[in-house]
Design a protein around this ligand. Structure first.
Ligand SMILES: NC(=O)c1ccc[n+]([C@@H]2O[C@H](COP(=O)([O-])OP(=O)(O)OC[C@H]3O[C@@H](n4cnc5c(N)ncnc54)[C@H](OP(=O)(O)O)[C@@H]3O)[C@@H](O)[C@H]2O)c1
Length: 220
């Protein structure tokens, strides 16, 4: 599971007052689309959708053709993480050309899927996430944020790759991409790539140490 975020130099993913930070330029956008082209499905927290209204789509014609050649849907499926699935039906995301699913963690009532979703994936325990995803045929997963979702996944050792674009801004405030109050193991990550994207941005990728267990997309 690959976490893909654009963050400020001080590790924020949004300005102090909240809302969209608009971090990341055209090269970061391309990197994001390449990740989407790789993915079977993307997880996004309901909070991010409430703020942004829509999700990122693949627009690059070469990437769309690549997916068609692979006989995959043009866009990866979107998995919306929410306890209640209470989202404004007028949000543009519900008009976007992709298949949407509701991932219902904890004790959420899941007797009825909301009209915007193809179905519900109940998740009583976060540790069951990899199995639940594989059962749906989703092996290559991208996590699009936000902080609450990223923090939960990191705390449960469910992330296998960190794919961060460092953007030359200092945002300050408290909107770190990892929240307080959870236990995260240090020293788990080894760098696999870092390169300039232009405009002062750097793409940095780290992979979790193999002794932490295989990921569904990289079986042993
Ligand atoms: N720079 C970037 O690349 C980037 C990317 C994404 C987001 N962002 C920014 O991040 C901010 C949003 O982040 P956020 O932390 O507030 O929101 P978030 O993680 O996107 O969403 C939080 C909501 O999602 C559901 N959720 C997420 N994790 C959950 C968990 N572990 N258990 C149960 N429900 C969970 C809950 O929905 P319900 O309330 O419906 O139960 C929760 O209220 C925005 O400002 C956005 O612009 C930046």
């Amino acid at each position: 599971m690959r976490l893909v975020l654009a963050v400020s130099l001080d590790g924020r993913l949004a300005p102090p007052q909240g809302g969209a930070a608009h971090l990341g330029g055209p090269a970061d956008r391309r990197v994001l689309e390449e990740c989407l082209a790789w993915a079977d499905a993307c997880l996004v927290g309901a909070g991010t959708l409430r703020v942004h209204g829509s999700t990122c789509l693949i627009h690059g014609e070469d990437l769309l053709q690549q997916r068609r050649r692979q006989q995959r849907s043009c866009q990866p499926h979107l998995i919306v993480v929410s306890r209640q699935a209470r989202l404004d039906g007028a949000l543009p995301v519900f008009q976007q050309p992709l298949e949407r699913w509701w991932l219902a963690p904890g004790q959420a009532r899941v007797d009825r899927a909301p009209p915007w979703s193809r179905g519900v994936v109940p998740l009583p325990r976060w540790q069951a996430l990899p199995k639940a995803m594989v059962q749906k045929g989703w092996r290559r997963l991208v996590v699009l944020g936000g902080a609450q979702l990223a923090t939960t996944l990191a705390a449960h050792h469910l992330l296998h790759e960190l794919h961060l674009t460092l953007c030359p801004q200092l945002l300050g405030g408290g909107r770190l991409w990892l929240q307080d109050g959870v236990s995260i193991s240090p020293n788990l990550w080894r760098p696999v790539e870092s390169r300039p994207l232009g405009g002062g941005e750097w793409l940095c990728r780290w992979r979790r140490q193999p002794e932490c267990g295989p990921s569904p997309e990289h079986p042993p």
